[in-house]
Structure formats: C-alpha cells, structure tokens
Design a protein around this ligand. Structure first.
Ligand code: HEM
Length: 152
C-alpha cells in the first residue's frame, strides 16, 4: 500500500510539474509563431485539456500525501521536507484555484467574444502565475527527494 501511494504521489507530481514545464518552456515560445487569435484559441483549448489532469493530480497528491503521513505515524514522525512540501503544495493549489477562477475564465470569455486584447491580458496573467507555480513545483520535488539527506 505504501509503495502504491508513493508511486501515485510521484506520478501526480510529475504530471502537474512536467505539464507546466512543457507549457511554459516549450509550447509558449512555439505558440508565439501564431497570429494572436489563433494563439489565444490554442491556449484556451490547451488549458481545457490540461486543467482536468491538474485537478486529478491535486486530489491524488493530497490523498496519497496524507495517506503516507499517516502510514509514517503522523505529522510528528515526518521530517521538515514533508512539512515544507505540504506548505508549498497548499500555496500551489491556491494559485491554481486563482488561475482557474479568474484569468482562465476571462480567457475563455474573451475567446468566445473574439475580444483579443482582453484574451491577451488574461493569458499574460496565466503565464506569470504558472511561472510561479512551476518554480514552486520544481522546488518541492527537489526538497521532497533530496531534503532528507541534508543533515539538519
Ligand atoms: C506539488 C505538490 C507536491 C509535489 C511536487 C510532491 C512531490 C513529492 C515527491 C517527488 C516525493 C518523493 C520523494 C522520494 O521518495 O524521494 C514525495 C514524497 C512525499 N510527499 Fe509529496 N509532493 C507534493 C505534495 C504533497 C502533499 C500535499 C503532501 C501531504 C499532504 C505530501 C506528502 C509527502 C510524503 C509524506 C512523502 C513521503 C516522504 C518520504 O518517504 O520520505 N506531498 N512528494
């Protein structure tokens, strides 16, 4: 059970953080080749496909994360990397919630109304917030995997 939880946990982390890296560092520069309306329609569709995976990954990360903590004997028995992981994961989840509820909604509405300046502004906000979440996610993976070997 422990190995299944840890496997699902790490798979969810790979899915969320890897997806953000691909979107931010590979798709974003490549999408710059497109005209504005096509670029905004593409991003709206990309998020429509990616965000359900992110939601599933978040649910799995918390379920398996708390499951692992319980299996290890509770919060008092796990080290600082796990406490930090939980704190950063909560921050990332709030940021994702903000993206979903505000600029993503605005992007979809702008694309439907063919209001390209509004769409471009919403996409800019998403880009900045995903950039922050990407950095936090990479940091979490580093802390989660390497932190326990630090003598503190
Ligand atoms: C973005 C969110 C998260 C990421 C990227 C992440 C990443 C990881 C990774 C890569 C590991 C594997 C470490 C290893 O075995 O080498 C791990 C383990 C673990 N994570 Fe997370 N995690 C996240 C969220 C959470 C949350 C929300 C919790 C608690 C509710 C949690 C609790 C744990 C626990 C208890 C372990 C096992 C640590 C150990 O075996 O020493 N994680 N996490």
């Amino acid at each position: 059970m422990l190995s299944l939880s840890l496997a699902l946990h790490v798979l969810s982390a790979v899915l969320w953080v890897g997806g953000m890296l691909f979107a931010h560092q590979a798709l974003r520069p490549a999408a710059g080749l497109l005209q504005e309306p096509e670029r905004l329609k593409l991003w709206s569709a990309v998020f429509g496909h990616f965000f359900p995976w992110v939601k599933a990954a978040i649910v799995l990360l918390f379920l398996t994360g708390f499951g692992l903590i319980r299996a290890y004997g509770g919060f008092g028995q796990v080290g600082w990397p796990v406490h930090l992981m939980l704190l950063i994961a909560l921050t990332m989840t709030v940021i994702f919630g903000v993206i979903y509820a505000r600029p993503y909604k605005a992007l979809k509405a702008a694309v439907a109304a063919e209001d390209w300046p509004a769409g471009s502004e919403a996409l800019g906000v998403i880009r900045r917030l995903v950039g922050i979440n990407l950095l936090l996610g990479l940091m979490t993976v580093a802390v989660a995997s390497g932190g326990r070997f630090l003598a503190v």
